[in-house]
Write a protein of this length. Structure first.
Lengths: 230, 168
C-alpha cells in the first residue's frame, strides 16, 4: 500500500484514536504477555503445533476486525513496519531454536531412557496406589510432552491434568536435562534476544502513543466517556 | 471440611458446554493473560474457584461429552478468537481435552425423547440422554443450566451445577 498524501489529522481525531486503542495498545498488551512468559522461561512452545502458541507475530495481537486500522497505521508510520519485521525475525529464531531442541531431546538416548524408566516407576506406583491417575493415551506421546515441559521450563501443572502427578514425581530427574548447557544454551540465547526485542518495541510504541496523546489531545487508554463527549 | 460431594462417588463425568467454556476461559484469562476475554467469564472468577473446579474434575476416572457440545464450544471459540491471536483459545481447548482424556459419544436425534428436545434444545437433551445411556457407569452431569438439574433429578441422574462446585 502506498503512503497517502494526508492532511494532518485534527485534535481528538477518531483515526488517531483508532491507532492508539485498536492497534498500539493491543500490540503493547501482546508484547507484555510475551515478556510475562519469557521471564519465567516459558516460550509457550507446543509439540503438537511445533511453535510458540502465545508468542505471535505482531499483527496477530490486533483484533481481526481492526486490521484495516493496523494497515493504515503502518502506511502512515512505515518505520514500525521494519520494527515489526525485526520482531518476527526474532520470533522465527525462537521457534527454530525450540524446534531444534525438541528434535535433539527426542534423539537423545539418555532422555529416552529417562522417560521410559520414569514411566516404569509410575506404573509400579499405580499398582500400589490404584487412584494414581492413568496416563491413558498420553503415554504414547509422553516423551514429546516431557520435552515440551522442559523447553517451557514448567514446574507445576494444574491438578486435573493427566500428567500432573507424573510430572510432580519425575520432574526433578528430567529437569536435570535443562542443566545440559549444550542442549539448552541456544534456546536461552534466543529467548533473551527475543525478550530484549519485545522490550524495545514496547518502548518505541509507548513513545509513539505519547506523541499522539500530546499532539491530538487523546488519552493513552480509551475512557468510557471519550466518544460520547466528542 | 470435605466438600459436600465427597460422599458421592459417581465414576464418569459428563460435561455440558458451560463448564468446559468456563474452564478454557479461566485459563485463557489468568494463565495465558488473554485479558480481553475476561468479561466473558460468568462463574469461575477466582483462582480458588478454579482450583475447586479442577479438584472436582480430577475425582473422575472417565470424562466424556457429546459432539454437539464440542460444536457449541467451536462456535464460542470462533467468536472469542476475534479478540485473541488466532488459534490461541483452540490451543487451550486441545490441551484440556488431551490432558483430561475427554471422550465424545454420539447420541442421535431420533434416540431422544421429543419433549425433552423441545424443552431444552438438542444439545442439553443429548447431554441428558448420554447420562441416561451410561447409568451403569454412574455418571454425573456438570452443567451451568439450572433447569437441567431438575430434569436429571426426575430421571434419577446425578447432576451438579458449577456454582455448587466452586462455592463449597
Amino acid at each position: 500500500m502506498n503512503r497517502r498524501v494526508a492532511k494532518q489529522p485534527k485534535k481528538r481525531s477518531q483515526r488517531v484514536a483508532a491507532w492508539i486503542y485498536e492497534v498500539i495498545n493491543p500490540i503493547i498488551e501482546g508484547l507484555e504477555r510475551e515478556l510475562y512468559f519469557l521471564q519465567s522461561g516459558n516460550a509457550t512452545w507446543r509439540y503438537f503445533s511445533q511453535r510458540c502458541e502465545f508468542i505471535r507475530p505482531v499483527q496477530e495481537y490486533v483484533e481481526s476486525a481492526q486490521l484495516p486500522n493496523y494497515s493504515d497505521f503502518l502506511v502512515e508510520h512505515p518505520e514500525f513496519k521494519k520494527k515489526f519485521q525485526t520482531h518476527e525475525k526474532s520470533l522465527s529464531a525462537l521457534n527454530n531454536s525450540a524446534n531444534a531442541l525438541y528434535r535433539a531431546l527426542l534423539a537423545n538416548p539418555q532422555f529416552a531412557e529417562k522417560v521410559s524408566s520414569s514411566i516404569r516407576m509410575y506404573e509400579e506406583l499405580r499398582l500400589k496406589e490404584p487412584h494414581t491417575p492413568d496416563l491413558g493415551y498420553i503415554k504414547q506421546d509422553l516423551d514429546k510432552l516431557m520435552a515440551e515441559y522442559l523447553i517451557n521450563d514448567i514446574s507445576d501443572l494444574p491438578s486435573h491434568y493427566a500428567t500432573a502427578r507424573f510430572w510432580a514425581l519425575t520432574s526433578s530427574d528430567l529437569r536435570a536435562f535443562r542443566n545440559s548447557t549444550d542442549l539448552f544454551d541456544s534456546l536461552r540465547t534466543a529467548e533473551s534476544m527475543f525478550a530484549a526485542e519485545s522490550q524495545r518495541l514496547i518502548s518505541d510504541l509507548e513513545i509513539k502513543r505519547g506523541k499522539f496523546s500530546d499532539t491530538f489531545d487523546l488519552p493513552a487508554a480509551r475512557t468510557s466517556d471519550f466518544f460520547l463527549n466528542r | 471440611m470435605a466438600p459436600f460431594y465427597a460422599s458421592i462417588q459417581p465414576k464418569t463425568l459428563i460435561f455440558d458446554t458451560g463448564p468446559l467454556r468456563e474452564l478454557f476461559l479461566f485459563q485463557a484469562v489468568h494463565d495465558y493473560k488473554l485479558s480481553r476475554l475476561g468479561n466473558l467469564l460468568k462463574h469461575v472468577k477466582t483462582r480458588i474457584q478454579f482450583r475447586k473446579l479442577t479438584d472436582y474434575i480430577e475425582r473422575f476416572n472417565t470424562k466424556t461429552t457429546t459432539p454437539l457440545v464440542v460444536a457449541e464450544i467451536s462456535y464460542w471459540i470462533g467468536e472469542a478468537e476475534k479478540r485473541t491471536p488466532p488459534g490461541a483459545v483452540w490451543a487451550i481447548a486441545f490441551e484440556q481435552f488431551l490432558q483430561m482424556h475427554i471422550d465424545e459419544r454420539l447420541i442421535k436425534l431420533l434416540e431422544m425423547p421429543r419433549k425433552v428436545v423441545e424443552r431444552f434444545g438438542a444439545t442439553d437433551a443429548r447431554v441428558l440422554q448420554l447420562g441416561l445411556s451410561m447409568l451403569p457407569e454412574r455418571p454425573a452431569i456438570l452443567t451451568v443450566e439450572r433447569p437441567m438439574l431438575g430434569v436429571c433429578q426426575r430421571h434419577q441422574l446425578e447432576a451438579i451445577h458449577i456454582e455448587s462446585v466452586i462455592w463449597n
